[in-house]
Design a protein around this ligand. Structure first.
Ligand SMILES: *[C@@H]1O[C@H](CO)[C@@H](O)[C@H](O)[C@H]1NC(C)=O
Ligand SMILES: *[C@@H]1O[C@H](CO)[C@@H](O)[C@H](O)[C@H]1NC(C)=O
Ligand SMILES: *[C@@H]1O[C@H](CO)[C@@H](O)[C@H](O)[C@H]1NC(C)=O
Ligand SMILES: *[C@@H]1O[C@H](CO)[C@@H](O)[C@H](O)[C@H]1NC(C)=O
Length: 193
C-alpha cells in the first residue's frame, strides 16, 4: 500500500507536470537561432535567466548566467552540440578548470577540438507556466557514453556553467553547484532578466 506521503508527492508531481508532451521525437539539429533559458526555481538568482557569452580571448567564449556577459539568441544545435554559427564556429565543450572539491568541469565555447557537450532536445513542461518547452538534456560527453548534468556555480556573485558526472557525490558548500534545466527559447521570447 502506498503511504500517504508518497501519494501526496505523486499528486504534487502530477500537478506541476501536467502539460501534454507531444509524442514526436525532436531533431538534434536546430538551425534557427535561439537563446537558452536557465531554470531552477529553487535558485531565484538564476531561475529564468539566460545563458550568456563572455569574450574570454583566444576565440573562446565563456558561459555565464545573465546579466553577466553578453546575451545571445544566435545559438544553434548541430548534431546535439550548442554552436555559435560564427566563422569559425564556436562549440560548447566540457573541459578545463576541473575542480576536485566538487568534481565539476567547466562548460565553455571554443573553436578548438575539446570534448563536446552533446545534448538531446526533449519536451518538458515549464515549471511556472506549464507550457510545453524544449529542454536540452545532456546526453554524453563527446563520444563517451558517460552521462551527467549541467549546473551553475557562483564565483564572486556571478555564475558559470559546470558539468558533473552522473552519480557525483562531491559537493562544496562554499560554492554550491546547482543543477539547472536548459531550455531552447526563441529570440522574441527573451525577457530582460
Ligand atoms: C544534422 O546536421 C548535420 C550537419 O549539417 C548533418 O550532418 C546531419 O545529417 C543532420 N542530422 C539530421 C538528423 O538531420
Ligand atoms: C560584449 O560584446 C562586445 C562587442 O562584441 C565586446 O566588445 C565585449 O568585449 C563583450 N563583452 C563581454 C563581457 O564578452
Ligand atoms: C567524480 O567523478 C568521477 C567520474 O568522472 C567518478 O568516478 C567519481 O566517483 C566522482 N567522485 C565522487 C566523489 O562522486
Ligand atoms: C534544482 O536544484 C536542486 C538543489 O540543487 C536540485 O535538487 C533539483 O534537482 C534542481 N532542479 C532542476 C529542475 O534541475
Amino acid at each position: 500500500m502506498l503511504k500517504p506521503a508518497t501519494l501526496l508527492l505523486a499528486s504534487a508531481i502530477a500537478a506541476t507536470r501536467a502539460c501534454d508532451i507531444p509524442s514526436d521525437t525532436l531533431s538534434n539539429n536546430i538551425t534557427e537561432g535561439f537563446a537558452v533559458q536557465v531554470q531552477n526555481a529553487s535558485l531565484p538568482v538564476v531561475h529564468n535567466h539566460y545563458l550568456n557569452i563572455w569574450d574570454w580571448g583566444g576565440g573562446d567564449q565563456h558561459l555565464f548566467v545573465s546579466p553577466s556577459g553578453n546575451s545571445t539568441s544566435a545559438l544553434t544545435l548541430v548534431d546535439g552540440v550548442l554552436t555559435l554559427p560564427w566563422d569559425p564556429p564556436r562549440r560548447a565543450v566540457i573541459n578545463g578548470e576541473y575542480e576536485v572539491k566538487d568534481n565539476t568541469t567547466k562548460m565553455f565555447m571554443t573553436e578548438r577540438g575539446d570534448p563536446r557537450a552533446v545534448f538531446e532536445p526533449v519536451y518538458g513542461c515549464n515549471p511556472d507556466t506549464d507550457a510545453v518547452q524544449i529542454e536540452l538534456a545532456l546526453k554524453s560527453l563527446d563520444t563517451l557514453a558517460e552521462g551527467g548534468n549541467i549546473g551553475v556555480r557562483p564565483f564572486n556573485g556571478i555564475y558559470d556553467f559546470r558539468y558533473t558526472p552522473e552519480g557525483n557525490t562531491a559537493y562544496d558548500p562554499d560554492r554550491p553547484w546547482t543543477k539547472v534545466t536548459l531550455v531552447v527559447v526563441s529570440p522574441e521570447a527573451v525577457t530582460g532578466l
